[in-house]
Design a protein around this ligand. Structure first.
Ligand SMILES: [Zn+2]
Length: 384
C-alpha cells in the first residue's frame, strides 16, 4: 500500500462561518480579487466582512463555466488593481476561476503554457497567490481539489489546469450559504457530489483515507439529498450535503474518479450542459455497465465488493446486493427530475465520437475496469 493525501492548508466548516471570512482573508493579503457567481449580490456578507477587516475588494463576476479568456482577463484585472489574494465565492465555476487566476497571478507566460492536451502542459513554477475558497453550492468539492476545469470554446473541449499549487490556502464551508439554492440546482450539484463519492470509492486508486471519507459522505448524501431537494431550509440536510460535497472533493483529489467523469468532460466541451446535470444523467448507467463488465471479464475484482458496500450504505439495508444500489440511484435520479442528455442537444450520432474522446480522459484511467467503446456508447445512448 502506498498513498499520498494533500488538501487545503486549512478547512473551516460550520453555519455562519461566512462571517469569519474577512478575518481569514486579512491573514492572507490586503486586496482581494473576488470571483463571484452571476448574482454577486449574494456575496454581500463576504464583502462586508472584507471591508470590516480592512481588506480591499475588486469583484470579478463569473457568468457560467469559465473559459481560458475568463482567466486571462481576471489575472490582468488582478494585476491592474494590485490584488495580492483571491477569494472565490460561488459554485464550481467561481471557485475554479479563482484558483486558475490565483495561479496566473504568480506565474509568467500565457495560460496555455500550463494547460494539458491543447497547451504545452508545463508545470506551474511558482506557488499561486493565496486563495480562499467559499462554496455556495454543495456539489463540486472544488474548495479542496487541485485542478480547475476550463472551457476552450475554440477547441470545443474542457481542459484542466492541474497542480498541487492549486490547492486553496483556506476552504471555508458554510452550509447556510446553500439555503437558497433552487431545487433543480440542489439536485444536479447534489448528484455530482454523490458521484464524486461513489467513483473514488470504486476506482483503482482508492486508499484507506479516501475510503472512510467516501463511506461517511455516501451515508450523509443518501439520507439528506431528497430532504434538501424537497425543502431548501432543512438545515440538517444542507449541512449533510455540504459535508458530502467536501468529502467528495477530498476523495477525488487524492484517489481519482471514473467513467462518469471521463464521459462528462467531452460532453461538457461539446454541449452547453452543466457538469452536475451531466454526471447525474450518466451515474446509474455507468454503475450498471461497470458491474456487468466486471462480472464478465474480472469476476475476482475487489470493485465488486465495493459496489456491494455502496448499495448497503445507500439503501441502509445491510443485506443489499450491488444491483440494488444501482436501482436506488436510478430512482433517486428520477425523483429529483434529472433530464436526459438529449435536452442539451446530445444525439445518438454523437455517441461514438464522445466515447472515443472519453476513452482518453484522465478520469477514465481510474475506472475499475476498461470499458469498451461499445459499452461507453451504450451508456451514452441510454442517458439521452
Ligand atoms: Zn463532478
Amino acid at each position: 500500500m502506498r498513498f499520498e493525501f494533500a488538501t487545503a492548508q486549512r478547512i473551516l466548516f460550520g453555519p455562519q462561518t461566512v462571517h469569519e471570512a474577512g478575518r481569514v482573508a486579512a491573514d492572507l493579503g490586503r486586496h482581494a480579487l473576488v470571483t463571484a457567481g452571476r448574482d454577486s449580490r449574494r456575496a454581500a456578507p463576504l464583502l462586508q466582512g472584507l471591508q470590516e477587516s480592512g481588506v480591499g475588494a475588486t469583484v470579478y463576476a463569473i457568468a457560467g463555466e469559465p473559459d481560458l479568456e475568463t482567466i486571462r482577463r481576471g489575472a490582468a484585472l488582478a494585476r491592474r488593481e494590485g490584488c495580492d489574494l483571491v477569494v472565490g465565492f460561488g459554485g464550481g465555476s467561481a471557485l475554479d476561476a479563482g484558483k486558475a487566476i490565483a495561479a496566473m497571478m504568480a506565474n509568467e507566460g500565457d495560460l496555455l503554457d500550463y494547460i494539458e492536451i491543447i497547451g504545452r502542459g508545463r508545470a506551474l513554477a511558482k506557488p499561486s497567490a493565496p486563495f480562499l475558497a467559499i462554496p455556495t453550492t454543495a456539489g463540486t468539492g472544488s474548495e479542496v481539489t487541485r485542478n480547475a476545469v476550463l472551457a476552450s470554446p475554440e477547441h470545443r473541449v474542457k481542459v484542466s489546469l492541474r497542480s498541487p499549487f492549486l490547492l486553496p490556502s483556506v476552504a471555508l464551508v458554510d452550509p447556510e450559504l446553500t439555503r437558497d439554492l433552487p431545487p433543480a440546482l440542489t439536485a444536479s450539484t447534489g448528484l455530482d457530489a454523490l458521484t464524486q463519492l461513489i467513483e473514488p470509492y470504486t476506482c483503482l486508486r482508492a486508499n484507506p483515507v479516501t475510503d472512510s471519507l467516501c463511506e461517511e459522505g455516501m451515508r450523509r448524501a443518501a439520507r439528506s439529498l431528497r430532504p434538501a431537494f424537497a425543502n431548501g431550509r432543512d438545515d440538517a440536510a444542507r449541512q449533510d450535503m455540504a459535508l458530502a460535497s467536501l468529502f467528495g472533493g477530498l476523495a477525488l483529489a487524492n484517489a481519482g474518479l471514473g467513467a462518469v467523469h471521463g464521459l462528462a468532460g467531452p460532453i461538457g466541451g461539446m454541449f452547453p450542459a452543466p457538469h452536475g446535470a451531466v454526471c447525474a444523467a450518466l451515474l446509474p448507467g455507468v454503475m450498471r455497465a461497470n458491474l456487468r463488465a466486471l462480472r464478465l471479464r474480472q469476476p475476482g475484482s475487489p470493485a465488486l465488493a465495493r459496489y456491494q458496500t455502496v448499495a448497503r450504505l445507500l439503501t441502509g439495508n445491510p443485506q443489499a446486493g450491488a444491483d440494488e444500489g444501482v436501482d436506488w440511484v436510478r430512482s433517486l435520479v428520477s425523483d429529483l427530475q434529472i433530464s436526459g442528455l438529449g435536452r442539451y442537444g446530445v444525439k445518438k450520432e454523437n455517441a461514438a465520437e464522445l466515447a472515443a474522446k472519453a476513452a482518453q480522459a484522465s478520469s477514465m484511467k481510474a475506472n475499475p475496469i476498461v470499458l469498451t467503446p461499445a459499452e461507453l456508447s451504450a451508456v451514452l445512448e441510454q442517458a439521452l
